[in-house]
Design a protein around this ligand. Structure first.
Ligand code: SF4
Length: 390
């Protein structure tokens, strides 16, 4: 790579940098929170969460002093909740040590801080001369060097890092790293890179050879396995919904959601749910189906309306209108559906039927709720099998 590339890129960055809320200054706390949020999350999706989070926890001291439940509540909807728990623990560690680390090595010693985040914060907030290579920067590097390797290729990544280190402008690593990120996000995009307006096209081998679009080569992802779960949608006589706090090491660790177990059907699930709740359960309606994409598998939920014969020994009944507990997006959407239906039908008692929910994408997850195809008439037996999702 030519050192001229760095100069050209920095000039372009000065004129075209994205205006982002965490770029107003070089406050290490703000830079750090933004970098953690941007792992696995698009910039546009992260911005509202960033503002909410910073309003609730404006300083590292405020974050360190907060209860984990409050931190998770402000994170709810962003997914990958281990990030929030690590951020919280790391904030406590920073306060205990009396200040932020100033080097990438120091940041790496904090819970949950990986090499990219450490280098990004150290270079942007403290000016350390280190390369921070995110997915955007890596793609730019592979193309500039003309390496026809997938992004998972460690040798290619090391080659890109070494090439960038060699041209890293001393004292301006933070701007250089952000320039690479911005170039990858706005010009050297995964599909249809805009080479004609690219400031570094004169240095780019992929452009010269006309292969920019085929670098990195597409990777075939193995199909995700399907896992089946059954959740109980339990309501008390006033229509509040039972939520149970999930174990820290499970799915949605530390968040609150409907009691659920991994099972293939209601008979099997009922035994385990009864054990969990300490009460016999009576099914009182046909199941809803919902799918949720986790990183390594797809979860298919049957959500079965049920009543507890005795007060459950775990969990909390909460209003579907104003849940104050940290909920994953999956549970929040079902609660919204319940609330909408209750409002439409004026039902405050018993089980509202759910209407078909909307489908939307946020980051890497997708979940869908479906109402049963045929609502059950009074007196009929519940369907044995729920309808297949579309
Ligand atoms: S010239 Fe094209 S392929 Fe090369 S860095 Fe610029 S946008 Fe990417």
């Amino acid at each position: 790579m030519s050192p001229l590339l760095a100069e050209t890129l920095l000039r372009w960055y000065a004129a075209h940098r994205r205006t982002l809320p965490w770029r107003q200054d070089r406050d290490p706390y703000r830079v750090w929170v933004s970098e953690v949020m941007l792992q696995q999350t698009r910039v546009e999706a992260a911005i509202p969460y960033y503002h909410t989070f910073l309003r609730a926890f404006p300083t590292v001291e405020a974050l360190a002093a907060a209860r984990e439940q409050d931190v998770l509540r402000r994170w709810a909807g962003l997914g990958y909740y281990a990030r929030a728990r690590h951020l919280h623990r790391a904030a406590q560690e920073v306060v205990r040590r009396g200040g932020f680390p100033t080097t990438a090595a120091g940041w790496r010693a904090l819970p949950g801080v990986g090499p990219y985040t450490a280098a990004a914060v150290a270079s942007i907030a403290f000016g350390e001369d280190v390369v921070a290579l995110d997915a955007n920067g890596l793609r730019v590097g592979l193309r500039v060097l003309g390496l026809r390797a997938p992004t998972s290729d460690r040798a290619a990544r090391a080659q890109v890092e070494a090439a960038l280190r060699a041209v890293l402008p001393r004292g301006r690593a933070g701007a250089f790293n952000q320039a690479l990120m911005d170039l990858g996000a706005t010009v050297c995009t995964p599909r249809r890179p805009r080479c004609t307006v690219c400031p570094v096209r004169a240095f780019c081998r992929a452009h010269r050879e006309g292969v920019a679009e085929s670098i990195p080569p597409p990777q075939r992802r193995p199909a995700k396995p399907l896992r089946r779960f059954v959740a109980a949608l339990v309501q008390d006589p006033s229509g509040r919904v039972l939520l149970v706090r999930q174990p820290r090491d499970g799915l949605w660790g530390g968040l609150w959601t409907f009691p659920y177990v991994e099972a293939r059907g209601w008979p099997q699930a009922r035994r385990a749910l009864q054990q969990l709740l300490g009460s016999p359960l009576r099914r009182c309606g046909p199941a809803l189906r919902a799918e949720h994409g986790f990183t390594h598998f797809t979860a298919r939920f049957h959500v079965v309306p049920a009543r507890c014969v005795r007060p459950p020994r775990v969990g909390r009944f909460t209003s579907s209108g104003r849940p104050t507990l940290p909920l994953p997006a999956f549970a929040a959407r079902l609660l919204r559906a319940l609330r909408g239906q209750a409002r439409v039908r004026g039902e405050r008692r018993g089980l509202p039927r759910l209407s078909t929910g909307s489908t939307r994408r946020t980051g890497s997850w997708r979940s869908r709720f479906r109402a049963p195809a045929t609502p059950r008439s009074p007196g009929t037996r519940p369907r044995k099998r729920a309808p297949r999702p579309r």
